[in-house]
Design a protein around this ligand. Structure first.
Ligand code: 5RP
Length: 240
């Protein structure tokens, strides 16, 4: 990651503060861009802004608590006003790949329950076709070989250019990474995903798959992209 891309992430995170209003319930994303946003939100809360946060991972929960951002118990939440989160890839229709930080399941659940999702990203995340970033698929720990084989068949059936699938490991390289939900992640090197909506549906129909990192446009959630660029933040709106 270049300094420039981090600067772009900060610009996007700062511009996303425009979507925050007193009294809102906010979904708080995961990753370095979302962490910039959470830190800026912490400053706004210190200045008196009254919001309640719903974190998408244990890491974000810990960061938000360290900044004294009030958080809601997830079991008491049914509706979220705005979720602000990063992305690994964004296509021209604002469809996403997420899950590079292994938080895709909670991120998707929370974004899907939101009236509005604001995606914050640097320019390097824009692609014409999703798939260069390995697609994360969260799976249960039982029957990994069976599930991986079904996923392989699914990638082939939906004409993905690549079909290589890797179990994600922790940084030690020997222990499989376990998500906040107690599951594994398979990273699928699709290279190009010609039919993201079809692939998303087919992956989630496999019994061992819990969720995958394709974020289609959700029917009841407006989506906005706030892209950090060298010239400032650029906003692309999509109203569903
Ligand atoms: C975590 C995610 C992140 O939003 C995604 O990986 C982008 O991360 P970063 O902002 O660090 O580039 O989906 O599961």
């Amino acid at each position: 990651m270049s300094d420039n891309s981090d600067l772009q992430k900060i610009k996007a995170a700062a511009a996303a503060l425009d979507y925050v209003q007193d009294g809102m319930v906010l979904g708080l994303g995961t990753g370095s861009t979302a962490a910039h946003f959470v830190r800026l939100l912490g400053d706004k809360v210190k200045k008196g802004c009254k919001i309640q946060g719903v974190p998408t991972s244990i890491a974000t929960q810990e960061l938000a608590l360290s900044l004294q951002i009030p958080l809601l118990d997830i079991e008491k939440v049914t509706h979220i006003d705005v979720t602000i989160d990063g992305a690994d890839e964004v296509d021209p229709q604002l469809r996403l790949i997420k899950g590079g930080g292994a938080a895709l399941l909670r991120e998707k659940l929370i974004a899907h329950a939101s009236a509005h999702m604001v995606v914050i990203a640097d320019e390097g995340k824009m692609v014409d076709i999703l798939g260069k970033f390995p697609l994360p698929v969260e799976i249960i720990q039982f029957g990994v070989a069976i599930t991986a084989n079904k996923i392989f068949e699914c990638l082939r059936a939906t004409n993905c250019e690549g079909t290589d699938i890797q179990l994600r490991y922790k940084s030690d390289g020997t222990t499989p990474l376990v998500t906040d939900n107690g599951n594994f992640i398979l990273d699928c090197h699709c290279i190009m995903i010609p039919d993201p909506i079809g692939l998303c549906a087919q992956l989630n129909a496999i019994p061992g798959v819990v969720e995958n990192g394709i974020f289609p446009i959700f029917a009841n959630t407006n989506r906005t992209l706030v892209l950090g660029t060298s010239e400032g933040a650029k906003v692309v709106e999509l109203v569903s």
